[in-house]
Write a protein that binds this ligand. Structure first.
Ligand code: NAP
Ligand code: ZN
Ligand code: ZN
Length: 353
């Protein structure tokens, strides 16, 4: 067992505080990673506040993990000590069902996906603990290669915000000639804008924050629409091939569904704590529009996305914070005041405060 420093929440109402845990010694197929940076996803906040139900306390969030390999098991082939490595939202799955065999471990058909935190840990018998900690041990099949070409701290958010936007944009074949909307300019949304632009789509950002218009354009949006402004919304009626909705709160979906063309799709990736008001069925049936959802992305596609980012020099726009500022960061995230992803400098875990 190796002693590991972490930050944990002990209840829905208490702040995250220092916490000590033990990681297993690496088994034959395991990679031990010294965590250097960990991104802060809105899902961390939903979990800490138990907004989806099922949180087991104490909870150590964090699933946008990058660091350095410190040890590997005897059968590990893909990683060596000293290499850069990443861990995203999953650390294991059943591996044998059709979805796992297709590299879609997040959709494991037998419910066998083991998420990086707050999931049953078959090794310890407890729950998994995430990346707000200075070490993690993960089976090599769920560890990603990280390029040294990119800024390491700004690479961390690719492990969730990156793959969660890359995967649906690829699945619905966004590219040259498509008109694509990204709803919400937060951690996920700003990666969605970067990818849609990089894939050659005409990219339109929908934001509720007038202060984000210039940033939206700088990040790659061809147009920015203030979604609360009905006149601006009307100009885009029936014109989109695909809309990726990253909003973390319940809202009126019809306002966006009516912007889709015939056969257009809106994919929800935002996961609010309570349901959206039901959309009007007529907005769907009269133009054969589809409302869909998507969960992160599988391990092979996550590696593909990381390689694409290294090749095209794509990272996240981040605010680096010491872990002692995590509670403040959550409050700012709730006010949509993140530009555009908080990343924790894990070296600060060792600071006495
Ligand atoms: P975030 O950084 O907080 O961004 C969410 C953005 O949504 C905000 O910046 C804001 O953008 C917009 N927004 C927030 N409240 C709103 C409201 N009431 N009405 C309209 N717009 C609002 O969060 P994130 O980390 O990107 O995560 C977004 C959501 O995706 C969360 O629910 C998270 O749990 C979920 N998620 C899902 C997956 C998946 O696999 N499906 C993976 C990761 C995260 P503007 O200021 O531009 O309006
Ligand atoms: Zn996430
Ligand atoms: Zn499976």
């Amino acid at each position: 067992m190796s002693h590991t420093l972490a930050f944990a929440a002990h209840s829905t109402t208490s702040p995250l505080v220092p916490f000590a845990l033990d990681r297993r010694e690496p088994g034959p197929r395991d990679v031990q990673i010294e965590i250097l940076y960990c991104g802060v996803c809105h899902s961390d906040l939903h979990t800490v506040r138990d907004e989806w139900g099922g949180t087991v306390f104490p909870v150590v969030p964090g699933h946008e993990i990058v660091g350095k390999v410190t040890a590997v098991g005897s059968q590990v082939k893909k990683f060596k000590a000293g290499a850069l490595a990443g861990v995203g939202c999953m650390v294991d799955s059943c591996r044998t069902c059709a979805s796992c065999q297709e590299g879609l471990e997040q959709y494991c058909d037998v419910g066998g996906t083991i998420f990086t935190y707050n999931a049953p840990d078959k090794h310890s018998g407890g729950v998994t603990y995430g990346g707000y900690s200075n070490r993690i041990v993960v089976d090599e099949d769920f560890v990603l290669h990280i390029s040294s070409k990119l800024d390491l701290a700004a690479t961390a958010p690719l492990l969730c915000a990156g793959i969660t936007t890359y995967s649906p944009l690829r699945h619905w074949k966004v590219g040259k000639g498509s008109k694509v909307g990204i709803v919400g300019l937060g951690g996920l949304g700003h990666m969605g804008v970067k990818f849609a632009h990089a894939f050659g789509a005409h990219t339109v950002l929908f934001t509720t924050s007038a202060s984000k218009v210039a940033d939206g354009k700088r990040l790659g949006a061809d147009e920015v629409v203030i979604s609360k402004d009905e006149a601006q919304m009307k100009q885009h009626l029936g014109s989109f091939d695909f809309i990726l909705n990253t909003v973390a709160a319940p809202h009126n979906l019809d306002a966006f569904l009516t912007l889709l063309k015939r056969d257009g799709t809106m994919c929800l990736v935002g996961a609010p704590d309570s349901p959206h008001p039901s959309p009007q069925v007529f907005n769907l049936i009269f133009r054969r529009r589809a409302l869909a959802g998507s969960l992160i992305g599988g391990i092979p596609e996550t590696q593909e996305m990381l390689d694409f980012c290294a090749e095209h020099n794509i990272t996240s726009d981040i605010e680096l914070i010491p872990i002692q500022k995590i509670n403040e960061a959550y409050e700012r995230m709730l006010k949509s005041d993140v530009k555009y992803r908080f990343v924790i400098d894990i070296a600060t875990l060792a600071a006495k405060s």
